[in-house]
Ligand binder design. Structure first.
Ligand code: URA
Length: 423
């Protein structure tokens, strides 16, 4: 094989053979296909696409580029969830212990936030003492004893994706459905879960802003999972307004704990239960009743075990911001919209996220949405509460929130977050 031939095949709109795919991914991982060659190939794929067969092979080749976790022989069925990312998406925090409390083992290998979307590990690190990194042996033993693990992806899983993602980021080749789907699924397949549920977000706060593209991504993800022997389904869910009321690390942990204690915002509870139902079905536990498990306190007890097993103190107070600033409703009426992207960027500017990989996050920073779309607000009532340790950051956050919400006279009903199901 030669890299030039592989690039030319795709440049001319022909499908890549399984051999070409295996060779190019393996050689790129070893550094024998140059970055500029992979960059040309990524652009050819972005422009010409890959069919389902090519995409499944591409993903499998990325899995083979590194190590995989062996989760065979556990006492419980393994099932995981992956979200394509949104604003205020703390679902993993409540869902993982909930599904474990229903009898499954949940290996939730997670990431950190970048840009306007938060990362599960950053959120959990606001719990005093909690640590994100576990060895493969620790992951296995926690899954057997506790049933739930949220931790950083171990080194060496899908190294081809790590390299390729960094390259796509600087060559305008991120926005390709087969490349995104292959990237996400290579990490999930390497993790070794038997079943997987994908939460594909669409709306202003998501990676895919429109529903057609969201559906296309969901179909690609499910098809890769099935082709590689993982029981996979996807929910297409709305991400035009922040999920729940809390956006920012410790603020989101507090909200997830409310859900685990049987309360919490209706939209977060709705999505947690919808995803739990999907996961339990895949895990062969359709008789479990996640709503009852939340109400009974068993999910919260599982959260305490899961946090303590990774050094965290579930009873310790969460960090609080040194400074808060309230944005009041400029008129009375119904809050019609609250733009997820703007709130996400504001939270990031207040210190909750990073603009560069090496930045630290402020655990207490973020935005509390005191009203949600569909709710009535009165003039002067608090609409948003900005939390930060750096008061200097407030003007930049306020700037992006300008025009981020609309108040109308009309009545509105809350619509379901779940737009569609892809199997
Ligand atoms: N998330 C990933 O892991 N990979 C992508 O390509 C896009 C989002």
């Amino acid at each position: 094989h030669s890299a030039v031939d592989v690039i030319r095949t795709k440049r001319d709109g022909r499908p890549l053979t399984a051999d070409q795919i295996d060779w190019v991914i393996e050689s790129y991982t070893r550094g024998e296909v140059a970055e500029e060659q992979m960059s040309a190939l990524a652009m050819a794929i972005l422009l010409r696409g890959m069919d389902a067969t090519e995409t499944a092979r591409w993903t499998a080749a990325m899995v083979s580029s590194g190590r995989t976790l062996d989760l065979g022989g556990l006492r419980r069925p393994t099932v995981d969830k992956h979200s394509t990312g949104g604003v205020g998406d703390k679902i993993t925090l409540a869902l993982t212990p909930l599904v474990a409390a229903c009898g499954a083992a949940v290996p939730q290998l997670s990431g950190r936030g970048l840009g306007h979307t938060g990362g599960t590990l950053d959120k959990l690190e606001s719990v005093p003492g909690w640590r994100a990194s576990l060895s493969p042996d620790e992951i296995r033993s926690r899954l057997d004893s506790v049933g739930a693990v949220v931790c950083a992806a171990t080194e060496g899983l899908a190294p081809a994706d790590r390299k390729l993602y960094a390259l796509r980021d600087v060559t305008a080749t991120v926005e390709s459905v087969p490349l995104i789907a292959g990237s996400i699924m290579s990490k999930k397949l390497a993790e070794g879960t038997q079943s997987l549920v994908l939460d594909v977000k669409c709306g202003s706060g998501a990676f895919m802003t429109d529903r057609t593209r969201g559906r296309e991504l969901a179909e690609a993800l499910v098809s890769i999972g099935i082709a590689n022997g993982v029981n996979t389904s996807a929910l297409l869910t709305a991400m035009s307004a922040p999920l729940g009321r809390a956006v920012g690390n410790a603020l989101e942990v507090a909200e997830a704990v409310e859900v685990l204690r049987g309360g919490g915002p209706a939209d977060v509870v709705e999505l947690t239960l919808a995803l739990a139902g999907e996961m339990l079905e895949h895990a062969g536990l359709p008789a479990a009743d996640p709503a009852e498990v939340l109400a009974s306190g068993r999910a919260y007890a599982q959260w305490e075990r899961m946090i303590a097993a990774q050094g965290g103190d579930p009873d310790a107070p969460l960090p609080r911001a040194a400074h808060t600033h309230t944005v009041a409703a400029p008129e009375s009426g119904t809050l019609a919209t609250l733009d997820a992207y703007a709130v996400g960027v504001a939270a990031c500017r207040l210190g909750a996220g990073r603009t560069r990989k090496e930045d630290d996050v402020q655990h207490a920073a973020g935005v509390l949405c005191m009203a949600k779309p569909g709710e009535h607000v009165r003039w002067g009532q608090p609409l948003l509460e900005l939390h930060t340790d750096s008061p200097d950051a407030v003007p930049a956050a306020l700037e992006v929130l300008e025009g981020a919400f609309e108040i109308t006279d009309a009545e509105m009903t809350r619509e379901s977050l779940v737009l569609d199901r892809v199997v």
